[in-house]
Design a binder for this molecule. Sequence first.
Ligand code: C5P
Length: 247
Amino acid sequence: MLSQTSSKLDSTCSTTDKPIVVALDYPSLEQAMAMADQLDPSRCRVKVGKELFTRAGPKILESLHAQGFDIFLDLKFHDIPNTVAKAVRAAAEQNVWMVNVHASGGRKMMESARSELDKIAGHRTLLIAVTVLTSMARCDLAEIGLDIDPQLQVKKLAELTQQCGLDGVVCSAQEVALLRQTIASDFALVTPGIRLASDSSDDQQRIMTPREALELGSNYLVIGRPITRAASPMDALRAIEQNIANG
Ligand code: C5P
């Protein structure tokens, strides 16, 4: 029997069902909506992060929902269990498609968030966790008292996230193969750092093509500038879809 979690994922995880999540990294509602107006909500989802949400507030969610977009609210909550549980409830009550927390907040925090969401009748918000920020190297982890290889820490936190009943993790595409060795396909892997061979890598250090990331076991691809800075965002989206379909 499928769990509530896996049946929720099954309906959203296939590669034919909108794996592309466009990062709307803008400083205002107007700029974000100007980009959203050029995108087709039947072909992609969108991600709202800390800058945009802090400036525009819940109105950005209303505006994007009115256009028909599924929203990944990328606020990476990390606080005491009660506070995080109430924050994810607030996100789910605003009908976001996906919301995230930091796995390093620990078991109690993640379990509280999970059980708070499960109290909301009919909610379909996916709850995922960030493992280790890709900006953290081994020396950065050592400085905060974690004397561990970053990849091992990623694996440890992804497994903890799964044990706590969350729906997936955000991870680097480089970590997907490692995580898929032990983590089932109904646990979503959401990966940024995606580029076509013809794209600029911008400030991303290690990149992967959309098709490679999906073939390794990624479920959702977070892609920003290759789409949002393109002369025609929908042409850029189409090129990504073609890479997924044909390599
Ligand atoms: O423009 P680009 O495709 O590089 O945007 C990627 C998006 O994914 C940005 O919103 C960025 O903050 C986010 N992200 C990332 N690397 C991570 C986690 C999130 O690039 N490790």
